[in-house]
Each structure stands twice: as structure tokens, then as C-alpha cells.
Ligand binder design. Structure first.
Ligand SMILES: Nc1ncnc2c1ncn2[C@@H]1O[C@H](COP(=O)(O)OP(=O)(O)OP(=O)(O)O)[C@@H](O)[C@H]1O
Length: 600
């Protein structure tokens, strides 16, 4: 702890310095002044006692003591004022430090490569870091308490050394056992917190499923509540057991420390008595020693106690700073070239393996996607369609091979510039609790409401907007938040509108019409050809009738291309997977007019 505290305090003050230099400077000056005043006060105590116990009339003795009493009282008064200033400054800085730590965390998280989420334990480490950002609020108070205790201690030590040097080592001895106990307890509590992170995360998830509206119908119709609450209870009990065990172990450490410290303190007081009895110390000095010893003891206990708190917060802060490093390790660190809308997006011998996976999800893919063309990716579940579309959109970087935009490797492109040229409708799209306008513009408006309107017409979202209470200003969130709720298909129309609204050179649609009614779906596919005029379009769909309009259809199987061609060519290839899937999709036993069933 002794080794780590200075570094921790430096880091805390460094964080505080980023948010409010003036307040930190004033805080440190006030602390130093408070320490100095403490030493003056203690030294003046000797003068006071000496004057009071001298021989002579009480009025004369009081008269003689007045200057030193004035110094003691003045120092005490000034220290209180400084104390108030210090605590006001700490309360001013603390929340801002926490906010800064949180902002740094959010910045690191949002600027990390998407693939970071696929790494084992990344989310748990984010949770730990989040806790670190949260406790950073306490760091200023704890640092300030340690500095204040250290200032008192230094003042008392200076005085005690002047009185008798033997008192000092004894004092350190008295504080040591309690210090060790406090650090041990801090460690136990931290380790328990880390060990229970996973269970705590599970508890949060379970609570979300139990109380949120989204899964509420499935929980009820599936009579799942007893199962989930049982799981919640058993997980919660595991956390409680671990926490109780930690509390008991900490208490044991504290008891041992307190007994040892008590015995050592008795030794210190015995030493004062011996020094006094053997004439090695005057009565006035012994009186001052009593004050100085109690000041030093409380200073030492403060350093140890607050130091242990700071140490524990420091362990959490380590998680925070490790996460910043880790996310920093995944930081979007690509080239700085800004691409124009691409005329050609090319996959060259592309292989992609997810982190922690043994087998590649895509293997040796070589394909061209041209402006003005609609290319459809089809294949069975898990064949790699979504992964490929994400790589084309620069969301993942190939493990081997490359994706180039007009000849430039996506590794060399500035990711933000690349994404400005990209529009994606993913399989599961975000339902932002923002206004309808912001949900379509994603907070990056251009072209006024006419452009929003045009995208809404093309995507069919216009019907949704027409029914909103406050038009584009309507908050798309729960009724309870004063918003208006949309159906699944209505949300999907908004998600498509936001992709159409972007002036992008590459449009990726991953199952874009899964929730749409036939009319809305028809509108999207009949409008796609016009949209493809000035962009490359990548379309992923299981509904093979939808991909009939594509210029080229690429069939994937286990991460490899097994067929390519137009709809007519692929349907005609009776030995191919596409033909088989097409047959299966049309084989639904739909009754004909005579009541018998036909196939295909
Ligand atoms: N985050 C991930 N981490 C590890 N493996 C993944 C991850 N996401 C997908 N995979 C694996 O990669 C393979 C391809 O998945 P992908 O989602 O690209 O398939 P898909 O063809 O889009 O499937 P679907 O038709 O079901 O949407 C699958 O075997 C899947 O298990």
C-alpha cells in the first residue's frame, strides 16, 4: 500500500487537474497551510502549559500564557476555515472527476474495433472499469483525507522529535498492525467483488428479463417466471454467501489488528511515563507530548484507514485504466485516407475468423461489388452472409486477404470517413429513444425535412410518420416516457428510412424486410433498382423471391462461395443448392381451387 499510495494520489490529482486546475492548486495550498498551522498550534501548547504550571500568582501565569493561547486558538480557528474550504473544493471536484473518468471510458468503448466485443471477458472487464469510473468520485475525498492526515502527522512528528526521538518509532509500531489489517480487508472486499462480477452481471440480465416489457409476454405465455426467479434467487444467494464470507474474514483481520495496535499503544504511553519519571522530559513537554501523540496517532490511523479506502478504490481504478488500455489496444487504428463513394468494393481472397474461434467463418472469398449493381448474398443459417456484409462495410477487418474500396485497403481508410459512405440496415436494428426525425437522421441532419420525407417515402416509413401525434418531433419511446410506441414492422420501416437517408456509396441490407407486410416489402424491392443507380447495394435475404431482382446472386455455404449467377441461371442449375432452397421455399402444400395441394 505504501508503495502504491503515492502513485495513486498522483493519478487522482492528475485526473482532477484535467477537470479543474485552479481548484486543485487551491486545495493543495490549503492542505499545506493546514499542516503548518497544526505544527504551530502544537508547539504553542508547550508554551501554554509551561506558563500555566510555573510558580507565581494565577493572574500572572494566565497573563503569560495569553500569547501562546492566542496562537493555539488562532491556529485552530484558521484550520477549521481551511477545512471548510478544502471540503467545499473536494465536493466541487469529485463529481467532475467521476464524469471525466466516465467520459474517458465511453470514448474508449465507442472507439474500439467492433471485434473487441467478441473477445472473451471484454464485457466483464467493461463492467469492472465502469465500477472504477464510479468509485473515482470517492478518490478526491480519500486522497484529500490521506493528505490531511499526513499533514497532521508531519506536524506532530516534528514536535515529537523535538520532545524525544524515541517516541517516534514506538508510534509507528502502534499504527502498523491496524494498517496491515485495513489493507487486508480492502483486498478481501475487492477480490470478492471481482469474483462475483460474473454473477452480478447475470443478476442484472435476469432482472432485465423479469421486469422489462419486451420479453414480458414471452415470460408469461411461457410460464417462465418461477424458473427465472429461482435462477435469480440462487445466483443472488451465491453473491450474498461470498460477500458474507468476505465480511467475516475482514472482521477477523480487523480484530487481530486492533488488539495488536492496542498493546503497542500501551507501550507508547508507558514510554512517556518512564521518560517523565526518569527526568528525561519536563512536565510541560510531557503535556505537549500527550497532544502530539494523540494528533500523530489520529494522523497515522487516518493515513492507514483512508489509505486503505484509497487503495481499494485504486484497485478499481486499475480496472478502469486497464480497460482504457485494453480498449485502447483495440482502438480504431487504421489509415487516414478518406474514400469517396466507391465505384468498386472488392473482396480479395478474404478469410475471417472470429476471436476465440477455431474455424474461419469465411474462407477465401473473392468478389466484386460495383456501383449501380445489386448483389444478393444467400445461403443457409450460419453460412457467413452477415459476417461478409459487415466486413464489406468496414465493421470488421479481414483476418487474411483484404477488402478494397476503389483499390484502397479498408485497413488504410479512416473508419469514420468510410462509414460516412456506408448505410447499413442490420438484422436487429436499434430503436433509439429519440424523436422520429433523429431516428432517421441519426442526429446528422442534411437537406432539411424534405430529405427525411423522401427517405420515408422510399422506405414506406411515411405511413408511420403520418400517424404520429407530433410528426417528426414525436418521441419514439414508451408511452410512459411521453413517447409513442411503434410496431415491429413500423420500426423496421424507420430503420430502412435511416439507411436510405444517408448519402452513402455502399448500402447493406441484411434481411431488411423480415417484419414488413407484403405491400411494404414490395415497395422496398421495387424501389431498390432506382436506389442502386448511384451506389453499390448488398442484399442479404432468405426469401429467395426477393433476390430475383438482383443483378447477381452469390450462394454461400460454410463460409465459402459455392454458386454465383442470375436468378434465372441459379434456378436452372438443378444440381445446385439455390435450386434446392428455391424448391423448398415454394413447397408449402398450398391448396389449389379444387381443394387438392400443389407443390412448387
Ligand atoms: N460474434 C461471433 N463470434 C463467434 N462466431 C460468430 C460470431 N458471429 C457469428 N459467428 C459464427 O460465424 C458463422 C457465420 O455467421 P453469420 O452470422 O455470418 O451467418 P449468416 O449466414 O448471416 O446466418 P443467418 O442466416 O442465420 O443470419 C456462424 O458459424 C456463426 O456461429
Amino acid at each position: 500500500m505504501a508503495r502504491r499510495l503515492p502513485g495513486l494520489m498522483r493519478r487522482t490529482l492528475g485526473l482532477a487537474w484535467r477537470v479543474d486546475r485552479v481548484a486543485v492548486a487551491v486545495l493543495l495550498i490549503c492542505q499545506a497551510a493546514s499542516g503548518l498551522l497544526g505544527a504551530f498550534g502544537l508547539l504553542a501548547t508547550t508554551g501554554t502549559i509551561k506558563a500555566l504550571i510555573a510558580s507565581g500568582h494565577i493572574t500572572d501565569r494566565l497573563h503569560q500564557a495569553i500569547p501562546s493561547i492566542a496562537v493555539v486558538a488562532g491556529a485552530a480557528g484558521l484550520r477549521s476555515l481551511l477545512g471548510i474550504t478544502i471540503s467545499a473544493l473536494s465536493s466541487r471536484i469529485s463529481p467532475r472527476v467521476a464524469r471525466e473518468a466516465e467520459m474517458m471510458l465511453l470514448d474508449a468503448a465507442t472507439n474500439a474495433e467492433l471485434t473487441a466485443y467478441d473477445r472473451a471477458g471484454y464485457n466483464d472487464r467493461f463492467d469492472a472499469a465502469d465500477r472504477g469510473a464510479e468509485v473515482s468520485r470517492d478518490l478526491i475525498g480519500q486522497t484529500q483525507n490521506v493528505i490531511a492526515s499526513a499533514a497532521s502527522l508531519v506536524a506532530a512528528v516534528v514536535v515529537l522529535t523535538a520532545l524525544h526521538p524515541a517516541l517516534l518509532p514506538l508510534l509507528v509500531l502502534a499504527a502498523l498492525p491496524q494498517g496491515i489489517a485495513s489493507v487486508r480487508a480492502a483486498r478481501i472486499s475487492y477480490v470478492t467483488m471481482v469474483e462475483t462480477f460474473h454473477d452480478r452481471r447475470v443478476l442484472n440480465l435476469l432482472r432485465w428479463y423479469l421486469v422489462n416489457k419486451e420479453p414480458a409476454d414471452q415470460i408469461r405465455s411461457g410460464t417462465m417466471a418461477p424458473f427465472l426467479t429461482h435462477r435469480y434467487r440462487t445466483t443472488g444467494e451465491r453473491v450474498t454467501t461470498a460477500t458474507n464470507r468476505a465480511a467475516w474474514r475482514s472482521a477477523k483481520a480487523y480484530i487481530v489488528g486492533a488488539i495488536a495496535s492496542g498493546l503497542a499503544s500501551a507501550l507508547v504511553w508507558a514510554a512517556v511515563v518512564v521518560l517523565l519519571a526518569t527526568g528525561h522530559m519536563s512536565v510541560a513537554s510531557a503535556g505537549t507530548a500527550v497532544f502530539a501523540l494523540s494528533t500523530a496517532a489520529s494522523g497515522l490511523h487516518g493515513i492507514v484507514g483512508y489509505g486503505a479506502d484509497l487503495y481499494r478504490s485504486g484497485l478499481y481504478l486499475d480496472d478502469w485504466s486497464r480497460f482504457l488500455d485494453e480498449a485502447g489496444g483495440h482502438r480504431l487504428n487504421r489509415g487516414n485516407k478518406s474514400p469517396a463513394a466507391p465505384a468498386l468494393v472488392r473482396a480479395e481472397n478474404l478469410t475471417y475468423t472470429y476471436p476465440g474461434s477455431d474455424t474461419p467463418s469465411l474462407e477465401k472469398i473473392s468478389l466484386d461489388f460495383r456501383r449501380g449493381e445489386v448483389v444478393a448474398l444467400v445461403g443457409e443459417n450460419g453460412s457467413g452472409k452477415t459476417t461478409l456484409s459487415k466486413i464489406l462495410a468496414g465493421l470488421y477487418i479481414p483476418t487474411e486477404g483484404a477488402v478494397t474500396w476503389d483499390g484502397t485497403d479498408t485497413r488504410d481508410l479512416d473508419p469514420a470517413a468510410l462509414w460516412r459512405e456506408t448505410a447499413v440496415v442490420p438484422q436487429s436494428y436499434a430503436r433509439f429513444p429519440l424523436s422520429a426525425r433523429e431516428n432517421i437522421t441519426l442526429g446528422q441532419p442534411h437537406g432539411g425535412d424534405e430529405a427525411v420525407h423522401a427517405a420515408a417515402v422510399a422506405s414506406g416509413a411515411i405511413d408511420v410518420l403520418d400517424d404520429l401525434r407530433a410528426g417528426l418531433d414525436t418521441l419514439l419511446a414508451r408511452e410512459m416516457w411521453g413517447g409513442q410506441e411503434l410496431s415491429g414492422g413500423q420500426w423496421q420501416r424507420i430503420a430502412i428510412a435511416r439507411a436510405f437517408y444517408r448519402r452513402s456509396g455502399l448500402l447493406v441490407l441484411d434481411e431488411p424486410t423480415s417484419a414488413l407486410d407484403p405491400r411494404a416489402e414490395h415497395r422496398i424491392f421495387s424501389g431498390l433498382r432506382a436506389l442502386a443507380r448511384d451506389r453499390a447495394v448488398v442484399l442479404v435475404s432468405h426469401r429467395l423471391a426477393n433476390v430475383a431482382m438482383a443483378d447477381r446472386i452469390v450462394v454461400l455455404d460454410h463460409g465459402r462461395i459455392i454458386q454465383q449467377g442470375t436468378f434465372i441461371e441459379l434456378v436452372a442449375d438443378t444440381a445446385g443448392l439455390f435450386h434446392e432452397l428455391w424448391q423448398l421455399q415454394n413447397d408449402r402444400g398450398i391448396p389449389n381451387q379444387r381443394g387438392s395441394r400443389f407443390h412448387g
